[in-house]
Design a protein around this ligand. Structure first.
Ligand SMILES: [Fe+2]
Length: 230
């Protein structure tokens, strides 16, 4: 990711030549990561799985990776935050985040589109910004996506697989890992809404959101995220 300071925007640089030749998934490397960064980066991984899976289009390999990644993340995130030396939980997050990373080759969605611009302007942590915005976008995107919600909900071992229940389970998870309830709590002012929404609509992730938002809808989602996301 590159932050273009002059425009207050973030861009993704993407080319086959920048693929790593080797990736090491060693959970011992993450043992010293503080609880807040474990929660924020873990929430980012969770959102990669959800947004990647919700991108329309036929891609069973990416979707399979998303569901298995979400399963591992659901089993591991709270434990990794609360019991930092737990190598099984750290390993679950590490492998889960890699799987959902593969899944979002399909694209991402509105959470990332808005968070990229908030982060570029206010230097807020990427995962934390995403995690705050997530419930607002889920409430906008998920009605009508019952089949995909059921698959994600089953993968995450939730009991009830309805859309409202999925959203409430995600909110409980965000509470448990101490994600603030509004962007205003991390210093984002209300008067940036128009600017952030306009820029978010130019983000690569905006185009792959399952529901094509209007400018007014994007402004509303941004405003609710700033004032009271949950
Ligand atoms: Fe992300």
């Amino acid at each position: 990711m590159v932050t273009y300071l002059k425009e207050g925007m973030k861009f993704c640089m993407w080319h086959p030549d920048v693929r790593p030749s080797l990736a090491l998934l060693d959970p011992e490397l993450t043992i010293g990561l503080p609880a807040n960064l474990t929660a924020w980066t873990g929430a980012d991984a969770l959102i990669h799985g959800i947004e990647g899976y919700c991108v329309p289009g036929f891609n069973p390999m990416c979707d399979g990776a998303a569901l298995e990644g979400l399963s591992l993340i659901s089993k591991s995130l709270v434990t990794a935050v609360e019991d930092p030396g737990n190598l099984v939980a750290r390993g679950g997050m590490h492998v889960g985040s890699c799987l959902v990373g593969i899944s979002f080759l399909k694209g991402l969605g509105l959470v990332h589109a808005i968070a990229h611009m908030v982060g570029a302007e206010y230097n807020t942590h990427h995962g934390l910004t995403n995690a705050i915005i997530l419930p607002v976008v889920l409430k906008y995107n998920l009605p009508g996506m019952e089949e995909k919600v059921k698959r994600m909900s089953e993968a995450m071992q939730f009991e009830d697989h309805s859309v409202p229940s999925f959203i409430s389970n995600i909110e409980k998870l965000l509470d448990r890992i101490k994600i603030p309830k509004s962007l205003s709590e991390i210093g984002v002012p209300e008067d940036c809404v128009d600017r952030i929404a306009e820029k978010a609509m130019k983000d690569q992730a905006f185009a792959t959101n399952p529901r094509l938002a209007t400018l007014e809808e994007t402004k509303e989602i941004t405003l609710v995220s700033i004032k009271k996301a949950r």
